[in-house]
Write a protein that binds this ligand. Sequence first.
Ligand code: FMN
Length: 381
Amino acid sequence: MQRRECVRNLLGLFAGSPLFAQQAPDDVNLPINVHEFEEAAKRKLHKFAYDFIAGGTEDEHTLRANREAFSRVFLVPKFMTDVSDVSTGVDLLGLKLKSPVIIAPTGGKNLVINNADELVAQAALNKEILICTATGVQKLLADGKPLNWWSNTIGSKTKDQARGFARRTEDGGGKGIVVTIDNSYQSNRDRNNRNRFDYGYMSFGVPKDGEVRKPVNPARPAMWQPHTPSMTWEYIEWLKSGSSIPVLIKGVLHPEDAALAVKNGADAVIVSNHGGRQLDGAIGSLDALPDVVDAVGGKIPVLMDGGIRRGGDVAKALALGAKAVLVGRAPLWGLGAYGQAGVERVLQLLTDETRLAIALSGKRRPAEMDRSIVKRMQVWR
Ligand SMILES: Cc1cc2nc3c(=O)[nH]c(=O)nc-3n(C[C@H](O)[C@H](O)[C@H](O)COP(=O)(O)O)c2cc1C
């Protein structure tokens, strides 16, 4: 058995057990930032799983655009205000959050480790971080744990199905429904195609080294596989007819879509390009954020995700008008490197870095971050 497989199996074996929780802290503090958690996860994970998480679509223009957008934006701090009392707290859609950092929905976590969804949910609970997930929260909820969670859906074909989903989420204690609108078709991911990635693997974990995999024809089913291509704005009304919890629209990039989301009753929009995993060539999320904020005009909260690896990134998004941000890959790098303890450390790092960035910007609260302290620079290459 190769060493990395051995490590993976051990992590899987101890996941969720007290032994796992006791063992991890020794070296979980070695990585000092999210980038180093990614390096650690890359060393431990099967290439198949690492590529699935890290990758974007086709030439990965949008994946890079998400990170590059942050390097064009600079904070212009204003000093000599009293920043001795700084908080990362945010009021959002009826919730009092301790951090503006929210865990984004990420399918396929069990490629990383067994029980991945439960471990991430447990980490969110321990760190009091809001989590958006379709799975993994059930056990915690059954144990009566006070987890704040949103459900995630890419839509359903009929009004009855949508109503049923909304009702089940609300009955299960969900605090909101996140509708992903950029996933009408399965996207074309070169890394997965090269690895002969089979989405069937996601339901039963990582294939063993040396296992013979059936080649996937990149033209099918990787491409042109429908998810919910017929979904339109009436879907919001369908969900709302089944529950009274907020509906958030994830995947908004065009300002007109933002205005339509408001018009059609959305309670929040999330500026997102799916972490560069859907349309390659789509605009970087931070670049899209200001126009969406303007189109929404303060009527509902605007959130964003894509490329966030640092508290300074969170601070820039807040300054450009985001109320909160979601992180997709960052917690998965913590998970891949050190299991649940790694997720907790990543969440702590991001929140601590955000607090410091707010303070060093001369502000005391996320809500005080505004456009007066941010500048977007044109960088010529
Ligand atoms: C492995 C993985 C799986 C994902 N699965 C979903 C999903 O099921 N639904 C969804 O709306 N977004 C999904 N996303 C996108 C994330 O919710 C989020 O938009 C994106 O990861 C943010 O970019 P970041 O990874 O740079 O933080 C996934 C992302 C990754 C990395």
